[in-house]
Design a protein around this ligand. Sequence first.
Ligand SMILES: Cc1cc2nc3c(=O)[nH]c(=O)nc-3n(C[C@H](O)[C@H](O)[C@H](O)COP(=O)(O)OP(=O)(O)OC[C@H]3O[C@@H](n4cnc5c(N)ncnc54)[C@H](O)[C@@H]3O)c2cc1C
Length: 405
Amino acid sequence: MAAAFWGSNTKRARCIRRRSREFDVDFDPTQEQCAALDGWARFVDRDLVPVVQPFNDQAFTPEVAHRLMAMMSPYGVGCGWLPEDSGGAGLDFLTSGLLFEALALRSPDAAGLAWVAEGAALKVYANGSDEIKRRYLPGMLLGKVIGCSAISEPGMGSSVREMRTRAVRDGKNFRITGEKTWCSNATVADVMIVMAKTDEKEFSMFLIDRREHGFESREINKLGLNGWPLGQVLLDDVVVPEENLLGKLGSGMRETMKGFNRSRCFVSTLALGIARAALDEAIQYAQQRSQFGKPIAGHQLVQAMLAQMATDLAASQLLVYRALAMMAQGKPCELEASIAKSFATEAAQRVASTAIQVFGAAGITKDLSIERHFRNARMLTIPDGTTQINQLIIGRKLTGIDAFS
Ligand SMILES: Cc1cc2nc3c(=O)[nH]c(=O)nc-3n(C[C@H](O)[C@H](O)[C@H](O)COP(=O)(O)OP(=O)(O)OC[C@H]3O[C@@H](n4cnc5c(N)ncnc54)[C@H](O)[C@@H]3O)c2cc1C
């Protein structure tokens, strides 16, 4: 029956076969990856958790953020995507994603800090002049210089082209004026990769050094992921030399869009870690808590909740690993990254919300971590393309029709 169906619809069959070959990616961890993950998980539990724990309800200070980055760098977290000959750890995206997932299980805040810093380093590596790389890359890769990326503004989020920040040429300098917001790592960053308009329809990327060129930042109070700094940035006629232009004049939008597949995958690894933590804690609680004369895990409806959580997590993992593996193999993966991001981040909030239900009233107390997983997960459906924006990307890929405006 199935063969007859596919046989009678050869165009569709060819398309499905081509797709399944594209999806034919092997993401079983190798022995090497397993060994790296074991060592990493031990380090995170033993050395990193004690540093991050006091920051469940307040943002890392610059000192703590730098200490964390320096601690993680030897494991390839914060510097993994850059090749070894540039001072990076030369990890493939899947291995790096597994490390980030394991970190997010214990501290999604530290994972966010490192992922954004690593993204900024990669932009410097890919677009910086030799001089800019010489000055900033070694420090960024050792965790001594923390980077952030500033695109969003108070009046512009999803619609990046509506940006107002401007960079105006003034001899051998550019003068940058504008306001950026929701900028991860802003209050601990030493360097900021900022996107600004250099003409009516032209966008460019600049590196701004906090100490040399100056930028003001202020922490924003938020719902979750409170250790991971998130700030507002004021750029008041900041003067940067033309050497600080990253890439060619006008290449900013293209370069930023290229980076979105990567950031969608890595924000999804945070969702995986949070969902895993919520599920693990819900299972443990359900085994220990007794009602009606037996552990609540023995009640079928509680098992149904756990089963749904585990299914959401497993599906998210497969989607995220697939997108990471495709990226590691250099395959185009815009569709897969958007599917992974929209599914995994929405699933993480479902999982964390159900975990609260398994805990009953104990799930809402700030004395336990369950309510925090819920607040943390809730943050992730917004950055790197909201769920709706990722759905529009998926829809555009499927239909060839752009429904953005
Ligand atoms: C944890 C976190 C970290 C972040 N880190 C950074 C960072 O490091 N750097 C940075 O520059 N920014 C960062 N952001 C900002 C993020 O990129 C923006 O919040 C995001 O792009 C959405 O923009 P917005 O919040 O202005 O929402 P808006 O764009 O105003 O959207 C509001 C609502 O309208 C919907 N919507 C908008 N347009 C459409 C459409 N065409 N069709 C259907 N629905 C639509 C959205 O899905 C959303 O539900 C971060 C945000 C968060 C939450």
